[in-house]
Ligand binder design. Structure first.
Ligand code: ADP
Ligand code: MG
Length: 693
């Protein structure tokens, strides 16, 4: 049960004063559904309203707070002309300007003869001073509330800063005093404020420097967030480790035959990864290991050999893919690899129904199938294995290890291997998974040529068309990726459609188009036409189907490359350079480039090492944005910025470990405080596991 002092923070947003049914959904989408989410919605700027000159001294082009007397109202007369209110102090005049004004509201707010404090941006209009739509208006008694440094929050359409600020302030007022959960010695050493004081401080910045991530208050909150997640991870892992595993040892007979039959030799990192995996499988504990490597780095072969080991030990293995297409692709690959070995491989997806499915399920439960490849359908309760020892989960570019642990319930003691094509920097891995073991495929399979990567300003488009023309004449195929525009599917589509039309003018029917708005079969048709070489240029928004493999495609053009993140650029480029033929990648950019964009393009030209690119990405953008954010499935930190707070992560991790060693059930006074922390950051799952021991 959530501790009582936290109740007010977990009330719905609409419990806050002034937040009704119109505003609540806007704030929920922006920040989250509970009051506590507003505490985590940190200001990104400040407006200094302390400048409060006499009217004649006031400078146009600044934000100021003026104390004036209302002299006269000048309604606009028609709809287009603004409503003006002339005000003055003893030194001069200032005009307040309102468009689409409601006269009676203005009459009430600015009665003639009254003194008013107004704050807003001052402009010069035909020699006179004016303020259009003051941000704040109040009486002289309210001057202190107006004349201050005001935090600026990220907003969304339809939500005014004033409204959101009020809601945040109300949320901050609800923040209770909580027991200290951070180790006392560290609090003293790092001079951290108390939690409640930190919450107050971050929402009451005095200047822009107070917004920096390393102020004591921001550091404190970042540390809290990291401590909570690390603690939860450690609890979950500790429980998982307690579940007995069993040693799974292969004879080597099958895998040796497979290795001998491969048309290539394994790379050094494939061999290392395989040794690490086999070592884990042979241990009494349950394996939970990540196999990281770029698309095409050869993960599937490694996974297949690990499965062979399980089968040598007399058990079964399963491979789960995120989509139907990928499941089929894996099935095909594995069935081919297994052909000469006598291994029995089956495919199980959501499409299998009725008798055929029943028959397959019977074969699985009777051990007549060695390897089952499938989609989420493998989770289904009626899928029962005779003896499942290894589950391989291909996550491609998404993650969710915690949920996927469900598959480990399918066997007596299932070892889990998670494959991912996204290189995750070590810091991020630690933050997301704690001490999850990871194997990395770092070397490219032999025979791959580097991708010739160039950056070109978009005004050289004519040259690009010329080069494509020649390449296509020689048989090349081209991906042309159009950019993400402000996360808007519709704008993306417009950009892609325009490019498609332009390319068709020149290349005619050789151009295809695929984007997220197409229905499944249409998408399949467009992809199939490209795969078959019927179309030679495929224009796409960033939704190119994950895992699509067209070896003949050797050119990747990325338009507005400056708008993409590094990880995204890397993933896109990974679609070429997979065959024996030389490939190239053209990064078309719009001038002028920001420093960060320039740095990204440089890194892309310098290296194809996904791990190095991921590290640079983290450095340039911060953890929250790596991998194109939320869809990645990695936890998104709201207070911690891993590009800045990586040192805090290490400290939080060892603090969490120590706290659990001393007090595994979190029963002591500090333990209780840590439980509160877990609830505060909605790591309820962690506390529950603690309880259910
Ligand atoms: P991933 O699953 O990491 O995307 P795959 O396992 O599908 O990559 O491998 C991509 C291609 O490379 C496959 O055609 C595979 O047969 C081949 N391959 C794998 N390992 C090697 C190797 N060591 N040398 C040469 N080719 C390899
Ligand atoms: Mg084991």
């Amino acid at each position: 049960m959530r501790p009582e002092p936290l109740f007010p923070l977990f009330a719905p947003i609409k419990a806050l004063p002034g937040i009704g049914p119109r505003l609540a959904p806007l704030i929920e989408r922006l920040a989250g559904e509970h009051v506590v989410d507003l505490l985590w919605h940190l200001p990104t700027g400040v407006i200094d309203r302390r400048y409060s000159p006499k009217v004649t001294e006031a400078r146009a082009g600044t934000t100021a707070t003026l104390t004036v007397r209302v002299d006269a109202h000048q309604p606009g007369g028609n709809r287009k002309a603004p409503y003006r209110i002339v005000c003055a102090d003893e030194t001069g005049f200032v005009t307040l300007v309102f468009f689409h004004a409601k006269g009676d509201y203005l009459q009430r707010t600015y009665p003639v003869g009254a003194t008013r404090v107004v704050s807003g941006f001052l402009e010069d209009y035909r020699g006179g001073l004016q303020m259009t739509h003051p941000d704040h208006v109040g009486t002289l008694e309210e001057i202190d509330a107006i004349k201050r440094v005001e935090p600026v929050y990220p907003l969304t359409a339809g939500l005014a800063l004033k409204t959101l600020s009020k809601a945040v302030a109300a949320a901050v007022d609800r923040a209770p005093s909580l027991p200290e959960w951070i180790d006392a010695a560290y609090v003293a050493k790092a001079s951290l404020p108390r939690w409640r004081d930190a919450v107050h401080a971050v929402h009451r910045p005095e200047s822009a420097t107070d917004l920096e991530p390393n102020t004591p208050a921001r550091k404190r909150l970042a540390y809290d967030e990291l401590l909570a997640t690390q603690l939860a991870l450690l609890i979950v892992r500790a429980k998982q480790r307690k579940l007995r595993g069993r040693p799974v040892k292969g004879t080597g007979k099958l895998s040796d035959r497979i290795v001998a039959s491969l048309p290539f030799t394994l790379t050094a990192s494939q061999k290392t990864a395989l040794a690490e995996i086999r070592h884990d499988m042979a241990e009494d504990a349950r394996m939970l290991r990540l196999l990281q490597g770029d698309v095409g780095s050869g993960k599937t072969v490694v996974a297949f050999l690990a499965m062979a080991t399980a089968i040598e030990a007399g058990c079964q293995a399963a491979l789960m893919a995120p989509t139907e297409i990928l499941a089929r692709q894996h099935y095909k690959t594995i069935a081919e690899l297994a052909e000469s070995t006598g291994l029995r491989v089956a495919l199980l997806t959501g499409r299998d129904k009725g008798l055929a499915r029943d028959k397959l399920l019977r074969a699985i439960v009777h051990g007549e199938v060695d390897i089952v490849v499938g989609t989420h359908a493998l989770f289904s309760e009626d899928v029962v294995f005779l003896d499942l020892a290894l589950a391989v989960i291909d996550e491609q570019h998404r993650f969710g290890v915690h949920q996927r642990l469900a598959l480990s319930g399918k066997g007596k003691a299932v070892d889990i291997l998670v494959m991912t094509a996204t290189p995750i920097p070590r810091t991020l891995l630690l933050a997301a998974y704690g001490d999850l073991d990871a194997s990395r495929l770092t070397d490219k399979p032999a025979g791959r040529k580097p991708v010739d990567t160039r950056a070109l300003p978009v005004d050289r488009l004519a040259d690009v068309y010329g080069a494509l023309s020649r390449a296509i004449a020689e048989g090349a195929q081209v991906y042309w990726v159009c950019p993400l525009v402000e996360d808007s599917e519709i704008l993306d589509l417009a950009a892609a459609t325009d490019r498609y039309e332009a390319l068709r003018q020149r290349f005619g029917d050789a151009v295809g188009l695929v984007h997220g708005q197409l229905a499944g079969p249409e998408k399949d048709t467009a992809m199939a036409a490209f795969a078959a070489g019927k179309t030679r240029i495929l224009v796409a928004t960033t939704v190119i189907e994950v895992g699509v493999d067209v070896p003949a495609a050797t050119i990747m053009v990325i338009e507005h490359a400056e708008r993409f993140g590094l990880a995204q650029l890397h993933q896109l480029r990974g679609r070429v350079g997979r065959g024996e033929r030389a490939s190239s990648c053209l990064l078309l950019y719009q001038k002028p480039l920001t420093q960060t964009a320039q740095a990204r393009l440089n890194i892309m030209r310098e290296t194809e090492d996904g791990f190095r690119i991921a590290e640079e990405d983290l450095r340039l953008r911060g953890g929250g944005e790596v991998l194109g954010t939320r869809q990645s499935g990695l936890p998104v930190f709201r207070l911690a910025d891993l590009a800045v707070h990586a040192d805090l992560l290490e400290i939080a991790r060892s603090d969490a470990r120590l706290a659990l060693e001393r007090d595994p059930e979190l029963a002591s006074e500090r333990g209780q405080a840590l439980r509160t922390l877990l609830y505060l950051f909605e790591q309820d799952e962690g506390v529950r596991r603690l309880r259910s021991g």
